[in-house]
Design a protein around this ligand. Structure first.
Ligand code: FES
Length: 199
């Protein structure tokens, strides 16, 4: 039987050989001290890491007042009916579309009860001629097509997500494909007829 084995079996109380155990007593003591030092060092490392990491993570979270202030103002006076602009807000594209009379009519004539995510156009567009939505597909987050002239806009004439084929209507509501929700409408305010504050 090796001394390593003696030490192991004595330290864990499973040996039936008491003389072998007395020879290994010093080894047990040393091993126990090593275990203790190891655990202490580990515990201190964990506490140390915790106290260093927390302020760092805390600083990375924007304070509530910083978030509240992150707004974007857009003057859409030069955007003609049938045109769109994209602005970035809080790191996301926001689609602003100057809808044509036909697009408004299409959006308002839909029977809300038939929609996957039931929202009337009036609930989504404060002024019917301006639709403002976050340009992120509610399926897996691609940016849908439909902002540029000549873009594919899908069979509901709004936006089309090329990633997996979700089609949104002229109110940005999901009409076909895997996306579960309408394009999100951000908080916004008209500061004048054409000046919009997003956020
Ligand atoms: S991410 Fe748009 S359909 Fe999948």
């Amino acid at each position: 039987m090796s001394s390593d084995h003696n030490s192991d079996t004595c330290c864990h109380g499973s040996s039936e050989n008491s003389s072998a155990c007395s020879q290994g007593a010093e080894a047990c003591h040393s091993e126990g001290r090593r275990d203790f030092l190891f655990m202490s060092a580990g515990a201190m490392a964990a506490v140390g890491a915790g106290s260093v990491v927390w302020p760092f993570v805390h600083q990375m979270n924007p304070a509530a007042d910083t978030l509240a202030m992150s707004t974007t103002e857009v003057d859409v006076a030069s955007v003609e009916p049938g045109q769109s602009v994209t602005v970035m807000w809080r790191g996301k594209p926001v689609f602003i579309r100057h809808r044509t009379a036909r697009e408004i009519e299409e959006a308002q004539s839909v029977d809300v009860a038939t929609l996957r995510d039931k929202q009337s156009d009036a609930d989504r567009a404060e002024k019917p001629e301006w639709l403002i939505v976050i340009g992120v597909c509610t399926h897996l987050g691609c940016v849908p097509l439909g902002q540029k002239t000549g873009d594919m806009r899908g069979e509901y004439h709004g936006w089309f997500c090329p990633c997996h084929g979700s089609a949104y209507d002229t109110s940005g509501r999901i009409r076909k494909g895997p996306a579960p929700k309408n394009l999100e409408v951000p908080t916004y305010t008209f500061l004048s007829d054409t000046l919009i504050r997003i956020g």
